[in-house]
Design a protein around this ligand. Structure first.
Ligand SMILES: Nc1ncnc2c1ncn2[C@@H]1O[C@H](COP(=O)(O)OP(=O)(O)OP(=O)(O)O)[C@@H](O)[C@H]1O
Length: 522
């Protein structure tokens, strides 16, 4: 049988429906339902009392849903493939998916909450009157007029029956009036439901996104400050940072398990700092505290002369750019993924293309059929029902085709994320750049290029790089910070630390020897 592919334009309100409604809405919904039930019961009671015709009528009323269901039954057992194609609906779903915890770091550090909410609202507005029914219901209404006609005829049969009787026996006119009352009650009930559910769903969707990224609620340890950043006395060279006797354990970890244990360190505006150290030595934690993803347990972090906790979080975030392996691509187009580095200039293709180049993502774009417009990891709504993958049918082939995704490697993703960071620099507000091992998925050439490009953007910015690989970066560092067991083991320039023959010297030599021992060619 040649079955069309269904299209799914639904909004995602079945998820929102899990959120408790406010009391007023619930009471109204309940009253509407009670009203409908009461009128239905009263009507049936009257009809049963009115004799044989009444009993037949009541029986038909009871049978009505069964008859309707029978008329539609075969729709639900039909093999089908469903695909959502409405771009606004898909965009709404994609934006809504960003509330998931995995994107939290990117959304917070990129200060993107408002952008997401505005875009969600716009997509919802554009979706407008498009039906939010289940695709099967839509399909039923659109493509099965005959079945629909039969179902609605048999569904209305009790009423028609009674109207006929009341015409033949005009003395029963009052019951006919009750019949129309019953119809109005059902209509009214749907009206109530529709009005309140629809009006409430947008508010609920938006407030869910807002709440999730409301830092106060998500992480009560972080409190917003009230001082604007940058302060008047800030340096043009970049952010000045100072840690004084910082102690920090991750929430939930054992009390004696300190990720940072009494760290004191000063970073001058515009310096390039490289942090090295063994796994678990506290390098990333250092960066997380400086970007205020967490607050210290004791000690202080001073930024441009004031405690970091005194500044407004949104101001701080506007001044900081981060790049790490933890960043994810959003289920949006590559262009938007990069543009979100600086949403205000999202449509400036000159800036987006420059960011692509700096992030080293040009080659990837050449491979993508839709270039910048390609959505990697699209949030798609596709499913098959009564269709077995690989069963050789046309629908199974269609389902397989729908599930195909554009595949890019980890290193290629990393380059797109890097392009987003370069886009962010265009805001001209960045004073501190924290780069935490972004190069683990990159080949050596890609890594060198990335470091060089980041260094090119040093003007007006303090930069911290966390790395396991010595060489390219450590030689350019103003200071190298060598961490061990949550403490600063030593710090100084590459040359100084080599002369000191301490921890850094040891780690550097392990890597250097690996290269020296490579047998030379014939
Ligand atoms: N989210 C977390 N919750 C609990 N403990 C954590 C968390 N993140 C890190 N830690 C612990 O804090 C300590 C320091 O971790 P951190 O990630 O700063 O080390 P690192 O030097 O960056 O390590 P790596 O080189 O492996 O990335 C480690 O003992 C680690 O297990």
């Amino acid at each position: 049988m040649d079955l069309p592919t269904l299209q799914d334009n639904r909004s995602d309100d079945h998820l929102s429906a899990r959120i408790p409604w406010d009391t007023f809405t619930v009471l109204l919904e309940l009253s509407a339902k009670l009203f409908a039930v009461a009128s239905q019961l009263g009507f049936m009671f009257q009809t049963v009392r009115s004799g044989n015709h009444g009993i037949i009528f009541a029986a038909l009323c009871v049978a009505k849903p069964l008859i309707e269901n029978f008329a539609r039954q075969h729709m639900w057992s039909m093999p089908r493939v469903v695909e959502a194609t409405n771009t606004d609906y898909l965009r709404m779903r994609s934006l809504k998916s960003l509330e998931s915890n995995e994107y939290r770091l990117d959304i917070l550090s990129g200060n993107l909450i408002q952008y997401i909410i505005t875009e969600f609202r716009n997509a919802r507005k554009r979706l407008g009157e498009i039906s939010t029914d289940y695709p099967e219901t839509q399909y039923y209404n659109k493509s099965s007029p005959t079945t629909g006609l039969i179902a609605s005829f048999v569904g209305d049969f009790p009423l028609m029956y009674y109207v006929a009787i009341s015409l033949l026996k005009p003395s029963s006119i009052s019951l006919a009036t009750i019949a129309s009352l019953q119809q109005s009650a059902i209509l009214l009930r749907w009206l109530f439901w529709d009005v309140f559910y629809q009006a409430d769903s947008l508010r609920r969707d938006i407030s869910r996104i807002q709440h999730l990224y409301d830092l106060e609620k998500a992480n009560p340890i972080i409190k917003d400050g009230d001082v604007h950043y940058p302060p008047e006395n800030h340096s043009d060279k970049g952010m000045a940072l100072e840690l004084n006797h910082v102690l920090f354990s991750y929430p939930g970890s054992k009390e004696d398990k300190k990720a940072l244990d009494g760290v004191s360190f000063r970073i001058e505006p515009g310096e390039l700092i490289v942090i090295v150290g063994a796994n678990g030595s506290g390098k990333s934690t250092f960066v997380k505290l400086l970007t205020r993803l967490y607050d210290v347990n004791s000690g202080t972090i001073i930024v441009d002369g004031q405690d970091i906790r005194r500044y407004k979080l949104s101001d701080l975030r506007k001044s900081i750019a981060t790049l790490s392996q933890d960043h994810l691509l959003f289920p949006l187009s590559v262009e938007e993924n990069i543009g979100l580095g600086y949403p205000e200039a999202m449509t400036d293709m000159g800036l987006v293309n420059k960011a692509v180049e700096m992030g080293g993502a040009q080659e990837i774009l050449k491979k993508l059929n839709n270039g910048l417009k390609t959505v990697l990891d699209p949030l798609s709504i596709q499913y098959g029902s009564s269709v077995q993958e690989g069963d050789g049918t046309e629908l199974a082939a269609a389902l397989k085709q729908l599930k195909k995704k554009v595949e890019v490697s980890g290193g290629e993703r990393q380059r797109i994320v890097a392009a987003r960071t370069f886009m962010r620099f265009n805001s001209n507000q960045i004073k501190f750049v924290a780069v935490d091992e972004p190069s683990s998925a990159l080949d050596p050439e890609g890594e060198l290029q990335l470091f060089n490009n980041l260094r090119q953007k040093r003007a007006g910015k303090t930069m911290i790089f966390v790395t396991h690989r010595f060489g390219h970066l450590t030689k350019h560092a103003d200071k190298i910070l060598c961490m061990k067991d949550g403490k600063v083991a030593e710090y100084g320039s590459h040359a100084e630390l080599l002369t000191r023959k301490g921890e850094y010297y040891k780690m550097y030599n392990i890597q250097a020897q690996a290269f020296e021992n490579v047998p030379s060619g014939p």
